[in-house]
Design a protein around this ligand. Structure first.
Ligand code: ADP
Length: 515
């Protein structure tokens, strides 16, 4: 019999009950008291409770009296209420479901999540969340609270694979990839093998600057033009820079790009952000700079701190042309014999396919920054594994893949990827979560760089570009060798969910990913 069940049989005063419930809650914080709907006799619930497991559910009035007792903090009062009683109060509008964590306090976070699941589940048409396979236990919600997610009901695990290792600038890195796409890790691994055989990847960081582009209205185009001229002047630039840089020791204003449409002025602030991806940091700096500008132009109206001239999480030519975040080129030479033995194709075929597909094909499609085979595949998998903002894969995946014959007789392959917008950080955002920190640790880039702020985030961007190079090489090779379909049949098709009669016999295991 559970300790909760004892409460049922004993005679007690309210004080006794409060005390006992508190003891139970403290001893078994994970234990949820059974729902009254299930404990009522005659219930046809699938979770029919044994009579001895039922317990006394106090009235709403009693629960409210306990909850609102002025001599105790709310968090302590909640310890005296069962889960079902808290749910009753929430359903009655006495407790806001979104504020459960705040009310329960730091040592009751999992209970807050469990109760929210029950409330949402029972209010939904399916009623399935509460008993669903969505995990919620044994997670460090303290890192989530106020930082990563609201209205939390659990977490979504994604398989984590490792490709490589890959030699990047002389160091070997395992490539962490969180993905549910079969063949992706295997394919990237094959690319790593070919790159390593040629001595590895070398990278060059050609830019580092996060951007924010507010939209500012003026009464007329003339006034907007005056403001533009002021920002472009040394004087205006200096005033804005000083205000901007006063907000963080990591924020160093690199450039201000202005543009006008009618009477609306757009200013693209670009700044270094240390090891942070930097959107919060740059927003603070931009706000401060605009306050300084407002003193000079009192008639200006800041419509939005982000006027889409940034451009964040949307396709935009300005990012492709100017860069955003880390701008990286990763390059390697693959010996001709490795192209043959590992990649099972030829330099000539690869170069031809790269031109016809990645350059001409994308040009025919009117692409902006999509001159690659599947940069987004590798980048997004690493983003998910390392706690980056996955929505920034829009611009971060922009990539031009180039291939040309190399060596005295053109027998080797010179291959590169140019990625102007890799937006990554190793502090802040999802990088504060323990599993993601574990992955960053594995790469030796967790948190703030101890000596040179920004170097951890830059190294991560170099690793990502290099892994993209591996992915490009492998997929292009598979396409050139006609392996793609075979590989997918062997590695990616879910045999378990596919009726046997429709599963074709699959020869050899080529390694390629979906494009
Ligand atoms: P973001 O700007 O990417 O949204 P956050 O604002 O969440 O990131 O995190 C950046 C915070 O981390 C800032 O408060 C900053 O002062 C702090 N910080 C500590 N060390 C560093 C570092 N090396 N680089 C950047 N920020 C750092």
């Amino acid at each position: 019999m559970s300790s909760i069940a004892h409460l049922h049989t004993s005679s007690f005063s309210i004080q006794d009950l409060e005390l006992k419930l508190k003891q139970v809650r403290l001893a078994h914080p994970e234990q949820s008291l059974p729902s009254p709907a299930y404990s009522d006799s005659g219930s046809s619930s699938p979770k029919e409770c044994q009579p001895e497991e039922s317990y006394f559910l106090r009235s709403l009035k009693e629960c409210l009296a306990i909850y609102e007792e002025p001599s105790r903090p709310r968090g302590e009062s909640l310890l005296l209420l069962s889960d079902e009683e808290v749910i009753m109060l929430a359903n009655n509008g006495n407790i806001a479901t979104y504020a459960l964590e705040k009310l329960f306090g730091m040592d009751q976070l999992e209970r807050a999540v469990r109760i929210r699941r029950a409330i949402i589940s029972r209010a939904s048409s399916t009623g399935r969340l509460e008993s669903s396979s969505i995990p919620f236990e044994n997670y460090d919600y303290s890192r989530v609270l106020g930082a990563c997610c609201e209205n939390v009901v659990g977490y979504i695990p994604i398989p984590l694979g490792v490709a490589g290792p890959l030699t990047v600038d002389g160091k070997q890195y395992p490539i962490p990839m969180a993905t549910a796409e079969g063949t992706l890790v295997a394919s990237t691994s094959r690319g790593c093998k070919a790159l390593n055989a040629g001595g590895g990847v070398t990278t060059v960081l050609v830019g580092d600057g996060m951007t924010r582009g507010p939209a500012i209205d003026f009464p007329s185009a003339i006034r907007a033009g005056k403001a533009k001229a002021w920002i472009d002047s040394d004087d205006g630039h200096k005033i804005l820079r000083e205000a901007f840089e006063s907000t963080s020791r990591f924020a160093k204003l690199k450039s201000l790009k202005t543009a006008i449409a009618g009477r609306t002025l757009y200013v693209r602030f670009a700044t270094t952000t240390g090891d942070a991806m930097g959107m919060n940091m740059i927003s603070k700096g931009t706000e401060k700079a605009l306050e300084a500008m407002q003193k000079r132009f009192p008639e200006m109206v800041v419509l939005a701190l982000s006027g889409n001239y940034c451009t964040d999480k949307k396709p935009a030519a300005i990012n492709w042309i100017e860069g955003r975040g880390k701008s990286v080129v990763a390059e390697a030479v693959i010996p001709g014999h490795v192209v043959k033995t590992v990649l099972k194709t030829t330099v000539k075929d690869l170069c031809n396919l790269n031109v016809k597909k990645n350059l001409m094909g994308s040009a025919m499609a009117g692409s902006i920054g999509g001159f690659n085979a599947h940069a987004a595949n590798i980048l997004t998998a690493i983003f998910l594994a390392t706690g980056q903002d996955p929505a920034q894969n829009v611009e971060s995946s922009m990539c031009m893949t180039l291939m040309e014959p190399s060596g005295p007789d053109g027998e080797d392959l010179l291959v590169s990827v140019t990625m102007p917008c890799i937006e990554v950080g190793t502090v802040g955002g999802g990088t504060v979560l323990a599993p993601q920190q574990g992955v960053l640790d594995m790469l030796g880039v967790r948190g703030a760089h101890p000596k040179q702020p920004g170097q951890n985030a830059q190294t991560l961007a170099r690793i990502i570009a290099s892994a993209v190079l591996a992915g490009e090489l492998s997929l292009l090779s598979a396409l050139a060798a006609g392996h793609l379909i075979k590989a997918h049949m062997a590695h990616n098709r879910s045999q378990a969910n596919t009726p046997a009669a429709s599963v074709p016999a699959t020869p050899g295991a080529g390694l390629a990913s979906r494009v």
